[in-house]
Design a protein around this ligand. Structure first.
Ligand SMILES: Cc1cc2nc3c(=O)[nH]c(=O)nc-3n(C[C@H](O)[C@H](O)[C@H](O)COP(=O)(O)OP(=O)(O)OC[C@H]3O[C@@H](n4cnc5c(N)ncnc54)[C@H](O)[C@@H]3O)c2cc1C
Length: 299
């Protein structure tokens, strides 16, 4: 059997060849390639060893909110779409065992309903739980890693392994335990108790986010990591007058210097060019080497 017939024969794996992948990233740069949708952990456990045997590389895409795919994607794109009974979130718990494909928006909604403290850290961050854990998503209030207790991962050999989280498991926008080719499938997360002020706090954070970030445009979140906690990449870009710098349909957001907006038909090459200009200016004027936060895949 060839690779694609083997994939198609797995229960709960749905293969789509030569697909338009544009909508799989929030930046919406044009992309085409082969996609596989995974409905369960056992399906993924069967898929990964097959890909390994065929030396087929793959990319995991969650909500694609901090990720750029190439125009023609040679690697197989894996998208998790696990079944989840949202009734699980109808009651308040001490710990929550959740699938990686679940959107953080469900968690914010739950925190609003039950006044849970801690989950307000990620109010308004567009993400799947798996993507948020991989990136250790957060704000200056805190990061998701500090609430994560256990992470379940499928290895390229198809083994399910469980990682118990400790103080060394995460740093700024980074995890230190997912090895190359491994995929997060679920996680146990806790919260910081009940705080009656949480609903008001969450509403306030959402308002603040609307004012300070270009939420209604197509973008990929922060492009660069802040060089230091008190040294914001967006502020440095702004100080050099690079806001509104444009390349084709891409421009540095007038609202936030660390966001690049796609106003129409922006493409991967233009994205690279705009990054190059920003990086060389930051290096030239501040002597700082910007590190990418966004994950970019290449042709
Ligand atoms: C408007 C906007 C605002 C944002 N604001 C913030 C913010 O305030 N704070 C912040 O931290 N981020 C922010 N982001 C960035 C983004 O929301 C986060 O990085 C988020 O964690 C990405 O999650 P995702 O599911 O979209 O992952 P993706 O972007 O799809 O993937 C990101 C990385 O994680 C990997 N990955 C995804 N899922 C898995 C998995 N199951 N197993 C293994 N690897 C996986 C991918 O391969 C990729 O390397 C913002 C983005 C946007 C568009």
């Amino acid at each position: 059997m060839n690779l694609f017939s083997e994939i198609s024969s797995i229960d709960g794996c749905f293969l789509f060849l030569d697909q338009d992948l544009t909508k799989f990233t929030t930046m919406r740069l044009k992309s085409r390639g082969d996609l596989v949708e995974i409905k369960s952990i056992p399906s993924l456990q069967k898929l990964l060893p097959i890909l390994k045997n065929h030396h087929k590389k793959y990319i995991v895409v969650g909500w694609g909110a901090n990720q750029i795919l190439p125009h023609k994607c040679k690697d197989l794109v894996i998208h998790l779409d696990f079944n989840f009974d949202t009734n699980y979130l109808n009651q308040q718990r001490d710990e929550y065992d959740l699938p990686a494909s679940l959107g953080l928006n469900h968690l914010t909604h739950h925190a609003l309903k039950f006044s849970l403290s801690g989950w307000d850290f990620f109010t308004g961050i567009p993400a799947s739980l798996g993507g948020a854990i991989y990136m250790n998503a957060g704000t200056n209030l805190g990061e998701i890693g500090s609430l994560t207790k256990k992470v379940r991962i499928v290895t390229p050999e198809g083994q399910l392994r469980e990682e118990t989280i400790n103080s060394l498991s995460f740093s700024y926008r980074k995890n230190h335990f997912i090895k190359c080719g491994e995929i997060i499938v679920s996680a146990v997360i806790s919260h910081r108790g009940i705080d009656p002020e949480i609903p008001d706090k969450i509403k306030g954070y959402l308002e603040y986010r609307k004012k300070t970030q270009p939420l209604s445009t197509k973008n990929c979140g922060c492009v660069f990591k802040n060089p230091k906690r008190e040294l914001q990449a967006g502020r440095l870009i702004d100080l050099l007058g690079l806001k509104e710098l444009s390349m084709g349909d891409l421009r540095v957001s007038p609202k936030h210097g660390n966001f690049i907006e796609n106003l129409g038909d922006g493409n991967w090459d233009q994205f690279q060019s705009i990054l190059k200009i920003i990086k060389s200016n930051i290096d030239h004027f501040y002597g700082i080497e910007f590190e990418l936060e966004v994950k970019i895949s290449y042709d």
